[in-house]
Write a protein of this length. Sequence first.
Length: 271
Amino acid sequence: MSTIPYLRVDDAKGLAKDVYDDIMRTYGCAEPHGIYQLMGHTPDFLAASWKRSRFLFGTQTNFSIKEKHILTLGISATNNCEYCVRIHTSRLQGLGMGAEDLIELMMVVDTVNGGSKFTEGTRAGDNEVIQPKGAKELDAQAEAVMADIKRAYGNREPDVAFRLMAHIPEYLRANWERVRLCFQEEGRLGLKMKHLLAFCVAATAGNDYYVKMHGNRLKELGVTDDELAEILLVVDLTCGYNRYVQGLQAQQEHKPFGAGAEADKTLATAR
């Protein structure tokens, strides 16, 4: 149960009612979902918040609606926001994503969140608290893994995070298998989408190391500054909403989006 009562559609008046009507029209739903009915108590804040949501999720900009929901799900999972995880999972299922797609999405979230904590703890790339293994210090198992990493990255020297993990060769090998699956194979989401997701997750986790790594990779893949700025707007919007619904203990009491092709058409053509 939410900390404060929802301002229901029938009770909304003036600006709150106008915004509710626009939300229902844009999303093709019978009523605004919970976060907006909590914001309804402060109509000016509701209106300003909805303008941001409508721009990002009611229009097709540099990224498709589906791509933005993928990023939002990864951000929400990183922030442990059950409300938003359920909403955006539901929306992605409505847009045709199956279990295997969602599993691959969460593979990326898992790998980046874990790596973020490892690089923070070791201070990778920033006066490391553990000395990275040099090439001459590697045992046979670690040397083989490093050679595979070097080949995969176009003969670049392995990243310092791998050289730090080389202290435990068995873990280095297992971790590289995960990283390779996520970021060396197209998979179901595609490499560009997975790096976009990784960039957003790293920004959400506050990890400078992976923000720089995946940001540079995205530039190599042709992503522009405008596109990077837009996905950071998704991070901005989602992180704020995650905290808002967590703080007010919002519950998902109904389907947040309309069902079927008509709702998809509404989202794709909204002004």
